[in-house]
Ligand binder design. Structure first.
Ligand SMILES: Nc1nc2c(c(=O)[nH]1)N[C@H]1C(S)=C(S)[C@@H](COP(=O)(O)O)O[C@H]1N2
Ligand SMILES: [Mo]
Length: 359
């Protein structure tokens, strides 16, 4: 039996974190499926949903500047990829002292199937020059930033969402960065970047610029509020680092934390993912005393999406029981017991601990 069979999971809905700009976590149930339905995919926006005229301009250090429409993108070969997106601030609430920034719990993570053109094929049409270093992606969203800027020359009342990636990563066919115009088979919803956005597999989702308006090839490394101000790990004991790949993480999706169950044998279920994946092992501890027992880990359904795992748990004794889950990835990264504290609260990937009362 699974505990999910016993519990009424309740009606799923997004958990609003901030109405303006609209930021919301996925409902816990959204983590149980392979794909998160559009209406339950978490939303993280730094500004209001902008107007977008439907065109994408490509310029900077290119030999053939271009303006493209969604029809032009649709005319290119379409690629479909399920991609797990996680906000770099996901799990921030677990950090003590609590950093500034959106107080995300643990549900700013979701997996959608994105369809679009390959960014490297689109960029090739514009013919980047050999002087290119970074590629700058500008969203159509702009206005007053709801957080206090970090960079001294950021004008809080007049900001635009801009991110950059190294040109070498953008032109690498293996990176499979998409300019996506469909999410789970439907045109992109407004909150998720309509009419098109980039989707950067394996990276924290801040790299996946929504409402994409301009792409520019730069001959100098890009600096800006959302690149070298916010979205930097500010460690207390070592130099700052940019937020890039998702850190290895597992979640327990069933049983629900704090549930009360009868004695019996249960299937504990969860998800695990990593930007330096795939995940190679998930282990469960029932005592917190070093008893890491292997969970059954499913192979990845695709290269960029979370993996399922299960663990058979014999709940023999009445009382409070703790369950911990810990993932290890192909690069040898293992989840830590404590979230790696940094001043802006990114990359929180500590081992999850839940308790269940057996009656
Ligand atoms: N243009 C634009 N793109 C953006 C953002 C934004 O504020 N503006 N937020 C980023 C961040 S921090 C995250 S976590 C993801 C969230 O994508 P989603 O809302 O589709 O889940 O979008 C990224 N792309
Ligand atoms: Mo984010």
């Amino acid at each position: 039996m699974t505990i999910a069979d016993e519990l009424d999971p309740g009606r799923a809905s997004l958990q609003m974190i901030n109405p303006d700009p609209f930021n919301a976590e996925a409902p816990p149930d959204a983590l149980t499926g392979a794909i998160t339905p559009n209406e339950f995919h978490y939303v993280r926006s730094n500004f209001d949903v902008p107007a977008h005229d439907g065109t994408l301009e490509i310029g900077g250090a290119v030999d053939n500047p271009l303006t493209l429409t969604v029809a032009d993108l649709r005319a290119l070969p379409a690629v479909d990829r399920a991609v797990t997106l996680e906000c770099a601030g996901n799990g921030r609430l677990a950090m003590k002292p609590l950093p500034a920034g959106e107080p995300w719990g643990d549900y700013a993570v979701s997996t959608a199937r994105w369809t679009g053109a390959l960014l490297h094929e689109v960029l090739a049409l514009a013919r980047p020059t050999t002087a290119g270093v970074d590629v700058r992606f500008e969203g159509a969203d702009h206005g007053t930033y709801h957080l206090r800027p970090i960079l001294p020359d950021s004008d809080r009342d007049n900001m635009t969402f801009v991110r950059a990636l190294p040109l070498s990563h953008v032109v690498d066919p293996a990176a499979e960065i998409l300019i996506a115009y469909e999410m789970n088979g439907k045109p992109l919803p407004p909150d998720h970047g309509a009419p098109f956005r980039i989707v950067v597999p394996h990276w924290y989702a801040v790299a996946s610029v929504k409402w994409l308006k301009r792409i520019d090839v730069l001959t100098e490394p890009y600096q800006g509020e959302f690149q070298t101000g916010h979205y930097m790990y500010q460690w207390s004991d070592r130099p700052d680092e940019p937020v890039t790949l998702m850190r290895v993480r597992s979640r327990i999706t069933d049983p629900a934390p704090g549930s009360v169950v009868d004695r019996g044998t249960y299937t504990v279920r969860g998800k695990a993912w990593s930007g330096t994946g795939p995940v190679t092992a998930v282990e469960v501890s029932l005592t917190g005393d070093g008893d890491w027992l292997p969970a059954e880990l499913e192979p990845p359904k695709g290269p960029y999406q979370w993996q399922d795992w299960t663990f058979n748990w014999a709940a023999k004794d009445v009382g409070r029981h703790t369950l911990r889950a810990r993932a290890t990835d192909a690069a040898g990264n293992v989840q830590p017991h404590l979230p790696p504290w940094n001043r802006l609260g990114y990359g929180s990937n500590a081992i999850e601990v839940i308790f269940i009362d057996v009656k």
